[in-house]
Design a protein around this ligand. Sequence first.
Ligand code: CUA
Length: 320
Amino acid sequence: MADNNSAHHAVERFEKIWIMLSLVLLVIFVSLVFYAVSIHGAHIGHAEPRQDPQKILAMPEFADPGVVQTGPNSYQVNMVAQAFSFIPGDIEVPEGAEVTFRMTSRDVIHGFQVRGTNINVELIPGDIASLTYTFDRPGEYLIICNQYCGVAHQNMLGKIHVGETDAEQVAGTDDEPAEAPAADAWMADAERAWNSQCAACHGRDGSGARGAFPPLADGHAPALVAGDGGREYLINVVLYGLAGAIEVDGVSYRGMMPGMARLSDEDIAAALNHSLHAWGNADELPDAFARVTSDEVAQQRDRGLSTGDVLEQRKALGLD
Ligand code: CUA
C-alpha cells in the first residue's frame, strides 16, 4: 500500500514536470512569433470579399495591369497571375517607395512569393489579394509562384527591379527630361511592352534562359522574320503560344510559351518590334524589312491556331 502511494507521487511529479515543460515551450514559440513580427513586420495578404472572377478581371486595373504611381513616393502594382506568368512580369519601382500590390489570378491558384522579402501570398481566382511593402535595398528581386499550377509551374517567374532613388526624382522637379526625337518615339513604347510582357522569361537583354526560354538577341529574332512566313510565325507565337521542343544555336528548348492574345494588337506589335531592333538585331534585319504593325497582328487573330500549329509554322521556316 505504502509502495503504491510513493509510486503514485513519483508519477505525479513527472506529470508536473512535463506540463511545465510544455508550457515553457508554448511561451517560447509564442514569443518567437512576436519577436519575428516586431523585427521583420507582418505582411499578411488581405483578401477582399470574393467576387465573380470575370468581374474582377474586367475591373480597369486588372483589364490593363501594370505599375501606377499613386503619390510622390507611392506606387500601386496591379497584377494578374495566369499559367504560367505574372502580368506584368517585370516591374520597376524606386527604393524606399511604398508599393501596394493588388493581385488576382486568371485561372487557377498561384503563389506570389518575393525572394529576399517576407512577401508570400496566394492568388486565388475571384479574390483580390493586396499588401503593401517597402523595398529598402535596391536590386533585383525574384518573384516565384510557389503553388503547383500545372506543367510549366517551375517556369512561372517574375522580377522586381528596385532602383536607387535620386532625391530629386522623389521630390518631383519640374525639369522634364529631354524629349526623345519623335522619329524614335515608338522605340520607348516597344521597350516598355517588351519589358513588361516578355522580359520575365526572355530577359531584358533578349538572352533568354538556357534550356527553357530561347534567346531573341544575337540575330535570332531577325533570323525568324527573314524566313518565308516568318512575320506570321512571330505574331502567331505571341498570340497562340508554343509548345514542344525547339532548337536554337544547337541548344534544345523545352519551355512552354503561353498564348498572349489578351494583349492589344499594339502591344504585341511593339514587343515584337523591340525584339527585332534591340540588342544589335536591327543590323541583321533583311533589307526590305518594315516594322510589324498592329494591323498585321489583328489579321492573325481569330485563326484559332493551336500551339502545335505554331510549332509546324516554325518548322516550315527551316531554321533547325
Ligand atoms: Cu503558377 Cu505555379
